[in-house]
Design a binder for this molecule. Structure first.
Ligand code: C2E
Ligand code: MG
Ligand code: MG
Ligand code: MG
Length: 288
């Protein structure tokens, strides 16, 4: 009985494992092929970030896409993990940074945020290679911001901490991405060596509930008390925007304002004098 059960469980397990391994292997192989000529299949999209105070576009976040020959445009959530597990993330990350600073030459007034994997930061040579890429491109380090997720930072090794320190010494800013999802205590903010906190979309989505609103307000307060810049991610509607504006958040990013787009479209937006003005709500109507 036990043996039969064990066997059937094994069969089930092994066939699903097989499938997972096969997909992963295929993806790794195709990713490797893509990286042999990265400009052919990899795309860097940019999502504008706006100041809540002035309504102006202050920066962009670079977001990777893979234009797969058969599957079409693939979002990073579907392949970053495979890139990390196969060791391809470092080559991929170098391409992202090079592409981003090259594209960003057309936008001298914007800050450029680039997401990095903790695996890249674990390499002691990371900060040095970033510096080399910036020097080669003639790109001012003060315009670059590196984003690292809260979960990654919490699991951080001394190598990761060392890289962050070196990056900041070079004048590169560091942002804590997806803040709130890592379950670190809020007061932890002040111990973290970063320049900016990005409130995760799930918190922004919850500001229409009393507890969600209180939480976001507490994060805004803590960030400002600790001299940190603050961006809210995933802002999708006017109510969220109005709330963030009311509680004094610095910057906003989300589909309400602009979706991620190819570099050429950012240039067009800037030429058109990109700024964001929310529609007036009743409370904002000018007095006459
Ligand atoms: P992230 O850094 O937190 O980026 C924000 C994600 O939210 C992006 O998804 C963006 O398209 C999406 N987003 C922005 N505004 C809204 C909104 O209003 N509503 C909703 N529902 N979503 C919104 P994307 O581009 O699929 O990227 C997912 C994640 O993949 C990123 O999350 C980041 O962690 C990672 N990633 C992206 N590019 C890179 C890269 O070049 N290197 C590494 N290591 N990771 C990357
Ligand atoms: Mg990010
Ligand atoms: Mg995020
Ligand atoms: Mg995220």
């Amino acid at each position: 009985q036990a043996k039969a059960e064990g066997r059937s469980r094994y069969v089930l397990f092994s066939s699903s494992m097989d499938e997972a391994v096969r997909t992963r292997e295929t993806m790794e192989r195709e990713l490797r092929q893509a990286l042999a000529d990265p400009d052919a299949q990899l795309r860097l999209y940019y999502q504008p970030v706006f100041s809540l105070r002035t309504g102006e576009m202050t920066g962009v976040e670079a977001l990777l896409r893979w234009q797969h020959p058969e599957s079409g445009l693939i979002a990073p959530g579907a392949f970053i993990c495979a890139a990390e597990e196969s060791g391809l993330i470092e080559v991929l990350g170098d391409w992202v940074l090079r592409r981003a600073v090259r594209d960003a030459r057309a936008w001298p007034d914007l800050r450029i945020a680039v997401n990095v994997s903790p695996i890249q930061l674990r390499n002691r040579k990371f900060a040095g290679s970033v510096r080399a890429i910036l020097t080669e491109a003639g790109f001012a380090p003060g315009r670059l911001e590196i984003e690292i997720t809260e979960t990654a930072l919490m699991a951080a090794s001394s190598e990761v901490a060392g890289s962050l320190k070196e990056l900041r010494a070079l004048g590169i800013a560091c942002a804590l991405d997806d803040f709130g999802t890592g379950y670190s205590s809020l007061s932890h903010i002040r111990d973290i060596a970063v320049d900016r906190v990005k409130i995760d979309r799930s918190f922004v989505q919850a500001v229409n509930t009393p507890s969600g609103a209180a939480l976001v307000e507490a994060i805004v307060g803590l960030a400002s008390a600790n001299g940190l810049h603050l961006t809210a991610e995933g802002v999708e509607d006017n109510e969220q925007y109005a709330f963030l504006s009311k509680v004094g958040c610095d910057e906003v990013q989300g589909y309400l304002l602009a979706r991620p787009m190819p570099a050429a479209q950012i240039t067009v937006m800037l030429e058109e004098g990109a700024s964001f003005r929310p529609p007036l709500s009743d409370g904002d109507l000018p007095e006459t």
